[in-house]
Design a protein around this ligand. Structure first.
Ligand SMILES: *Cc1c(COP(=O)(O)O)cnc(C)c1O
Length: 372
């Protein structure tokens, strides 16, 4: 098909998912698929094996489970399947997504310890060490990699070293970083991590996935307290029936994701994509600072995924008007999510390039109505 006939999107999504996708990714969704036919199952198996190869150089130690739903479904499936009824979970949190893990654990009545370092600070590694040393009942530790609330990149390597020193199971929400930030889950000693179709792989929303250390997942049979979110059962069905999902799968979304993985490879893999995101981010932050905006986080903590900026001080400023002006100029940004400060966020992942970020800075300059 001729993708040039597809309409252009009226605006770029500068948000952490759903994000802007290529026309070629969108175009793949024009075919219908049969979920138990080999054509589709082979596609699923190819997606699964490619995901593991993106996750690690030691693919034989890991496996993957695809799960229907938005990213949170995989976080819930991971917590509710990996942590047994008599387990105890320690959660390091510094934002809404860390807090969501705690919320999930509460629904599951999991005995949980929260170490909250506040939205502007990274996890306290000394406190982690002390807590693990003082509470041998803790079995699992969970942390968010890129805390999308602020854009902070948490030190999952250092956290993992401490977690493994005490022999605990390590769970990481790599939702907004997987595929966009180089990492090897085996080197990081991650037992389970999650992401979704509509983040750095640049697919459309509709499913999520868990990368699991095979030996750890095999211990989880019978743990789940939810049928549809039983990660072990979902995995077993996919393994036994080679690419078959337990319940109706988002076929079009999976096909689009396969194309998105192809395009990631054509771009040069995760390291090249990471380099583009870093370049996008540099142009964004340099440009915004030149216009007088201040970033919420110091550069040392900042991810190349999404950036929080303090709201400008002009008395006439309001986010809605700023948002609408930028939208008219072709860019959709994100409201702030930190609880104490007024801020907004701009993402730079997705089918978005350095020239788009330069055009964005021009659009921001023309939208600063509060200075008029
Ligand atoms: C996007 C995201 C999620 C999942 O959010 P959904 O709205 O359920 O897709 C979870 N954790 C982080 C860090 C995220 O960025």
């Amino acid at each position: 098909m001729n993708i040039n006939n597809l309409p252009d999107n009226p605006y770029l999504l500068l948000t952490p998912g759903p994000l802007s996708t290529s026309k070629t990714v969108k175009a793949t969704m024009l075919q219908d698929w049969c979920t138990w036919d080999d054509d589709y199952k082979n596609l699923v198996e190819e997606v699964r094996s490619r995901l593991i190869r993106l996750a690690t150089q030691r693919p034989e130690q890991y496996t993957t489970v695809l799960m229907q739903g938005s990213g949170t479904f995989s976080v819930e499936a991971m917590i509710g399947t990996a942590v047994p009824r008599n387990g105890k979970l320690l959660v390091l949190t510094n934002g809404a997504y860390g807090n969501r893990i705690i919320q999930i654990a509460r629904y599951y009545k999991i005995d949980t310890v929260a170490l909250d370092s506040g939205e502007l600070d990274p996890p306290d590694l000394e406190k982690l060490e002390k807590t693990l040393a003082g509470d041998p009942e803790i079995t699992h530790v969970a942390v968010v990699h890129c805390e999308t609330t602020t854009g902070m990149l948490n030190p999952i390597e250092a956290v993992g070293r401490t977690v493994k020193k005490f022999g605990k199971t390590y769970l990481v929400d790599t939702m907004s970083s997987f595929g966009g930030v180089p990492m090897d889950v085996a080197d990081l000693e991650i037992d389970f991590c999650v992401s979704s179709a509509n983040k750095c792989i640049q697919g459309v929303p509709g499913f999520c996935f868990v990368i699991a250390k095979r030996a750890e997942l095999l211990k989880c049979e019978g743990n789940a307290r939810s049928l549809s979110l039983d990660l072990f059962d979902q995995w077993k069905a996919m393994e036994v029936d080679k690419g078959k999902w337990r319940y109706t799968s988002p076929t079009h979304v999976v096909r689009a994701f396969y194309q998105a993985m192809q395009e990631l490879e054509e771009e040069g893999g995760i390291s090249k994509r990471h380099a583009r995101y870093i370049e996008n981010h540099r142009i964004l932050v340099d440009g915004m600072r030149a216009l007088g905006f201040k970033t919420l986080l110091p550069d040392a903590y900042q991810s190349p995924i999404i950036t929080s900026f303090y709201s400008p001080e002009g008395k006439k400023y309001d986010f809605r008007s700023f948002y609408n002006r930028l939208k008219q100029k072709g860019f959709v940004i994100y409201p702030g999510k930190v609880s104490k400060m007024s801020a907004f966020r701009i993402g730079n992942i997705g089918h978005v390039f350095p020239d788009d970020m330069r055009r964005l800075i021009e659009a921001v300059e023309k939208s600063m109505f509060w200075n008029d």
